[in-house]
Design a binder for this molecule. Structure first.
Ligand SMILES: [Zn+2]
Length: 85
């Protein structure tokens, strides 16, 4: 009986630990994204293409650059904001 209880406690700790890691990772990622967006906002540039108006695609087809759909190829933060909301 006591063995089962101990096992359950251990599993619970492991599970919560995993979730904690995931939450931390997501928070870190979101924070990084936010910092980047704020930086681009100050520069008035689209965070997705960094103001280039094009996104570099790793797959080689029809040229390797495609127009950034988030800012309609303008590279402007104001356009990006309109398409994000
Ligand atoms: Zn863009």
């Amino acid at each position: 009986m006591s063995l089962i209880v101990e096992y359950d406690i251990e599993t619970t700790i492991t599970r919560s630990g995993e979730n904690d890691m995931k939450t931390k990772l997501i928070n870190w990622f979101e924070k990084r994204k936010k910092v980047h967006q704020e930086k681009m906002m100050k520069l008035g540039k689209c965070p997705d293409c960094r103001g280039y108006g094009v996104v570099i695609v790793p797959i080689h087809y029809a040229g390797s650059n495609i127009e950034c759909y988030k800012c309609n190829g303008t590279g402007k933060f104001s356009e990006w904001e309109k398409n994000t909301q």
